[in-house]
Design a protein around this ligand. Structure first.
Ligand SMILES: Cc1ncc(C[n+]2csc(CCOP(=O)(O)OP(=O)(O)O)c2C)c(N)n1
Ligand SMILES: [Mg+2]
Length: 899
């Protein structure tokens, strides 16, 4: 590997001086060995940094703490008192899991994650995390989901959660219980940030910190007093979302972001890096990405050993021991450690001669050493110009005793025997508060609390008071409300496109521009795009609203002379995220929850390539719902045949189905610009006026056609999900009903005309803007009927609307048949869905629609067939139509791609 090749490409202005330096190094290696040489090199590098020589950054340092003992700050608190408080929290956290599993067999819960990280949280709660009292927004703290019991346990000591609620851990259905993990949907006054789907918390924390800067730079909110803290599992780092966006906070100098990685060396099944060193690996990754890295590996008792490590044998041992072995040492006796860690080298063995086996066994890891942690957190908060990561080495299950600590199965242990509880009690020095009889067989282990007015309680509460109140705490206190946009903001799009053919995407871009210009709402609109603006025609917004860039624009863009140039600005409004739907979604969440975490409602519109939305970042959208997000998702280039040419990986015919699985997503498929604008106006009202925590998903298409003006009186119909768009022409003998959504309006309208002209069928046309909404309403009616069998039944809206007179129903969509099928069982007449099931493929729209059987001829054939089913016309007429349109009845079903 050539890493210093550049040196040979530069002229050497003084070769003899160079030679002298190299000779000196050679001499040190010869005389004192490589260890000494390495030490000198490190010293030189340190000096170079002090002199600001600007040498290339090294990505890793030896396996010791980053902060030397002499640079540790003075600790202002009472360590013993805090340890005592922590013991109570640890005990209660364990007891609540144990009790929950006694009361409800198999209910689950986790003991060992929090046991490994109790000190990591406590130092934050006691000294760093800022609360929300006095109208402050405070810090955002992303907590490892599996550490939730510890957070409840602290809230209990603070008097925020009663014993009864602790007993309700993971038993939520009857109300008053506690959710398994951080879920704002389930505990809206407590949890703020869902984290338990590994990787999403870390990703969200990055974009959250960036969004705080965005609010600051755009002068919408003063966020300078808030930090974002994120606790991450060392196993969690393997999720691509965790490390996937690391370069952004370094690039944007987000010193308001601090991560704490709980390096207990274990994940669920076993070691994270048995044959390697996760801390070293992470250090290299984070340093390479430009983060400030603080390693907290060893507790204070190791300091004196390191000072005496003249030959660097201890350092060498630390550097060369793999994590699998460290995990072993965590569970072994002092004698084993003496023999295997210190033993092989006589110099090492001598170094620990004065320590007993017990002392050797309990030499603590950095992540359990409160002062080391305090130093690290303090340094992190003083860091400027870069985000910080603290890599804290811990033991999984710490203090839970030898049966649990460091065991490969530890993650899933949720029960403890009386003997194990005794060990825990002793480890926490709680014999004085938990008498022997309290642990007797068959008894429920007790929760313990400090009396109000006791030293501990006072200390605990004072610390939080000094930091502006308890956390976590979710409040919705609007500081700066926004109002509904003016009606005239919508007028242009509602009026239709005249003679011009436009797409719903183009119409949306126009609406978005008008919303951004709206005097009341404009500044709060957050347009989010992942490198797809040109595809959607949104590059037209670049110049007027400008792209957010933390450092402004340091260059003149190539298109500076053009009207619509690529314009970046420190107070730019558009978040052009680059090719990251996940990152864009994280930005969306930050913006869509700003009404709660800042008290400053914002209105995000995240427009993406529809295939890469629910399918690609569905879990993030799920967590956005959990976060109680309010905002708009727009799946542009929607439709399996409308997006022509792009083929299998691009043509979306199922995002509406995926969207329909999200309880708080409204899923819309508008056909016309006025429908789209009406839905958006309705959505804004729901979010801003009704304060509903809801996401609206709209499909946007890129097919151009004349957009009609909004007819009178259809607004309610659009919002209820279905309205009559055109009556059947008078005259024909037969009646049918055609439902369309999105771009399928074209085939439906052509079908209506053809049916009347050639087949003596008059069809009503209905626009189905949301099958999901219709289905939800019908399910509500059905449930009511089921539970009120003796009352007069309620009729679902869709049944009422379509009635019994309109003849059979054909529903045509550019999405899968399952989309209209959502309502089929509430339609009284025969119901035939036409949709685009199967993989997309490249071709023209016309070809694709014929292939997927959603074009005009297929609408006609389907309608005739449905009439034949009804006994209204002869089967031969259907066959005649099939022949007339040249449809091959034996052709392969488009769903069968394996043929
Ligand atoms: C996306 C996702 N996949 C899998 C899981 C299941 N899971 C929960 S905790 C866990 C192990 C966590 O290990 P680590 O991140 O090291 O946390 P620790 O408990 O060791 O602190 C796994 C696999 C999950 N919650 N989310
Ligand atoms: Mg772990």
């Amino acid at each position: 590997m050539i890493i210093d090749g550049f040196v040979h490409q530069l002229p050497d202005t003084d070769p003899s001086e160079t030679r002298e330096w190299l000779d000196s190094l050679d001499a040190v290696v010869d005389a004192h060995g490589k260890t000494r040489a390495r030490f000198l090199m490190s010293k030189l590098l340190e000096r170079a940094r002090e002199l600001q020589v600007g040498t290339p950054a090294t990505v890793s340092t030896p396996y010791v703490n980053t902060i030397p003992p002499e640079e540790e700050p003075w600790f202002p608190g009472d360590e013993d008192l805090e340890r005592r408080i922590r013991a109570y929290i640890r005990w209660n956290a364990a007891v609540m899991v144990i009790k929950a599993n006694k009361h409800a067999e198999g209910i689950g819960g986790h003991l060992s994650t929090f046991a490994s990280s109790a000190a990591l949280y406590d130092v934050g709660f006691n000294w760093f995390f800022r609360g929300k009292e006095d109208g402050l927004a405070g810090d955002a703290v992303y907590i490892q989901g599996h550490a939730a019991p510890g957070i409840y346990a602290r809230a209990h000591l603070e008097g925020r959660i009663t014993e009864e609620r602790l007993d309700g851990f993971r038993q939520e259905v009857d109300g008053g219980g506690l959710s398994s993990y951080p879920h704002p949907r389930l505990m809206p006054d407590f949890w703020e940030y869902p984290t338990v789907s590994m990787g999403l918390g870390p990703l969200n924390s990055i974009y959250h910190a960036r969004f705080l800067r965005y609010l600051q730079n755009r002068k919408i909110d003063d966020t300078s007093g808030s930090r974002v803290w994120c606790f991450v599992g060392d196993g969690e780092v393997d999720e691509p979302e965790t490390l996937g966006a690391l370069s952004l906070p370094a690039r944007e100098q987000l010193d308001n972001l601090i991560w704490v990685v709980n390096c207990n060396l274990q994940r669920l099944d076993g070691p994270v890096r048995g044959n390697g060193k996760i801390i070293q690996e992470l250090e290299a990754i984070f340093r390479g990405a430009g983060w400030n890295v603080i390693k907290v590996i060893w507790g204070s008792k190791w300091d004196e050993l390191l000072i005496r490590d003249r030959d660097h044998v201890l350092l060498n041992k630390m550097n060369t021991t793999v994590d699998g072995e460290f995990q072993r040492y965590a569970i072994e006796s002092g004698a084993y450690i003496r023999e295997n860690f210190f033993g092989p080298d006589p110099r090492l063995r001598k170094m620990v001669e004065h320590l007993s086996d017990d002392e050797l066994r309990t030499l603590p890891r950095g992540g359990h050493d409160y002062r080391k942690l305090y130093s690290a957190y303090q340094a992190a908060t003083e860091q400027t110009g870069a985000p910080t990561v603290i890599l804290a080495k811990t033991i999984k299950g710490w203090t839970l005793g030898p049966d649990v600590e460091g065991r490969n199965a530890t993650h899933q242990i949720k029960k403890m025997t009386v003997d194990q509880l005794r060990v825990l009690r002793e480890r926490l020095y709680l014999q004085d508060v938990i008498p022997e009889e309290a642990l007797a067989d068959g008894k429920e282990p007790p929760y313990i609390r400090f009396d109000e007015g006791s030293i501990e309680h006072t200390y605990l509460m004072d610390r939080r008071m000094a930091l502006d109140g308890s956390l976590p705490s979710r409040t919705v206190r609007t500081k700066r409300a926004i109002q509904m946009p003016d009606d005239k903001t919508f007028a242009e799009v509602l009026a239709g496109s005249g003679k011009q053919e436009v797409s719903t995407t183009m119409a949306f871009t126009r609406l978005l521009r008008n919303l951004c210009r709206d005097p009341k709402l404009g500044p709060r609109v957050v347009p989010i795009i992942p490198d797809e603006a040109r595809t959607f025609g949104m590059d037209a917004l670049f110049k007027e609203f400008r792209i957010y860039a933390a450092q402004g624009q340091a260059y003149e863009p190539v298109d500076a002379q053009l009207l619509l140039s690529y314009t970046e600005a420190k107070d730019g409004q558009i978040l052009e995220e680059g090719i990251t739907e996940a990152g864009s979604m994280a930005t969306f969440i930050a913006a869509a929850t700003s009404y709660a975490h800042r008290g400053v409602p914002m209105l995000p519109f995240f427009t993406f390539y529809s295939m890469f939305g629910f399918q690609r970042v569905g879990d993030l959208i799920w967590s956005a719902n959990d976060s109680r997000a309010r905002g708009f998702l727009l799946g542009a280039t929607a439709g399996r045949t409308t997006l022509l040419g792009e083929g299998l990986q691009h043509q979306d015919g199922h995002s509406l189905i995926l969207a329909s699985t999200h309880p708080t997503v409204e899923a819309w498929d508008p056909a016309f610009a006025y429908e789209m604008a009406t839905i958006i106006r309705h959505g804004i009202r729901e979010m801003l006026v009704d304060e509903r925590d809801v996401i609206h998903y709209l499909t946007l298409y890129n097919e151009n056609y004349v957009m009609p003006p909004m007819p009178e009186g259809v607004e309610d119909g659009i919002i209820q999900g279905l309205y009559r768009w055109a009556d059947a022409p008078d005259g024909p003998a037969h009646r049918a009903t055609i439902l369309f959504s999105g771009t399928a309006q074209g085939a439906a309208r052509a079908g209506q005309a053809e049916l009347a002209e050639r087949w003596d069928v008059g069809a009503d046309l209905w626009s189905a803007t949301s099958y999901k909404r219709l289905r939800e309403e019908a399910l509500t009616a059905e449930r009511w009927n089921r539970l009120h069998p003796t009352e007069p039944p309620r009729t679902p809206l869709v049944t009422q609307l379509l009635g019994a007179e309109g003849g059979p129903v054909v529903a045509v969509t550019d999405f899968m048949k399952a989309v209209p099928d959502q309502v089929s069982r509430w339609v009284r007449q025969p119901f035939v869905p036409l949709g685009t099931d199967g993989f997309g493929r490249s071709d023209t729209r016309e070809k694709l629609r014929h292939f997927f059987e959603t074009d005009m001829p297929h609408v006609v054939v389907a309608t005739l067939w449905a009439l034949a089913q009804h006994g209204e016309i002869k089967a031969e007429t259907v066959a005649e139509a099939i022949a007339h349109y040249g449809i091959d009845p034996e052709r392969t079903d488009p769903r069968q791609f394996d043929l």
